[in-house]
Design a protein around this ligand. Structure first.
Ligand code: C5J
Length: 236
């Protein structure tokens, strides 16, 4: 047996609700959900549903800062986009026909065909554009795990902890957080880096994540996360 004591390390932690969220080296990925023109710009899918898309713009500056810090720290960065094949074969009729939008998925809008892969509106806003070597997951549903390769990518990369950002808080962010939680991931949602068209849903959606001792995960703001990225990894 070696005389050299093994060095245990404890990860940096983020001050979060309902308690500290660990950031174990090499096991954390930043997930940026659906920061697409179709959700953030006038004339896109979000607006066809009757929403004030300007409410989502406030997410962009703090998320750009988090994205830059994550890249600098070497975290795995994964972007997602919600959308469908041009022939709509991956869009269930229930999703296509639901509600009374001013235009439906696949119709031609000012940014191209709405929520269709390859169209200008389907792509990610310029401020948060993925780097060439970053992973972009195209998903037909709300959750990022449903009908995608995300689970395989995370497993192969040894990721156990997810930092979740993007839009919208109560729809694609929540669905993804719940999917991740059921799959055994520890999930931290950054409160100022997720956005909703509905201020009440934003507040309650975040409360729901961390309630009951963290029933779905943890919540912190971007400042707390950025602070944790600056912490040295401590020796125990
Ligand atoms: C919606 C999303 N709101 N990305 N999608 O339909 O949250």
């Amino acid at each position: 047996m070696s005389d050299i004591p093994s060095v245990e390390t404890s990860p940096a932690t983020v001050a979060a609700e309902p308690g500290p969220f660990p950031v174990p080296e090499g096991k954390v990925a930043l997930i940026v959900i659906d920061m697409q023109r179709d959700f953030l710009l006038p004339g896109g899918f979000g607006e066809t549903l009757g929403n004030d898309v300007s409410l989502l713009q406030q997410v962009v500056p703090p998320l750009a800062e988090v994205l830059a810090a994550a890249r600098e720290s070497g975290l795995l960065v994964i972007h997602t986009r919600e959308g469908h094949l041009p022939d709509l074969s991956d869009c269930p009729p229930a999703k296509l026909k639901r509600g009374k939008p001013s235009q439906r998925i696949g119709d031609v809008g000012p940014h191209g065909r709405i929520l269709i892969r390859g169209e200008y509106g389907h792509d990610i806003i310029d401020e948060l554009a993925p780097l060439d070597d970053e992973i972009v997951i195209d998903k037909p549903g709300k959750g990022a795990f449903y009908a995608t390769e995300l689970g395989t990518i995370l497993r192969e990369a040894g990721i156990t902890h997810l930092i979740v950002t993007g839009v919208t808080t109560e729809v694609c962010v929540h669905t993804t957080v719940r999917e991740a939680n059921d799959r055994g991931y520890d999930v931290l949602v950054l409160s100022d880096c997720v956005g909703s068209y509905f201020p009440d849903f934003q507040r309650i959606g975040l409360d729901m994540v961390a309630a009951q001792g963290g029933i779905f995960g943890w919540v912190a703001d971007s400042a707390a996360f950025l602070q944790a990225l600056k912490q040295p990894v401590l020796s125990a």
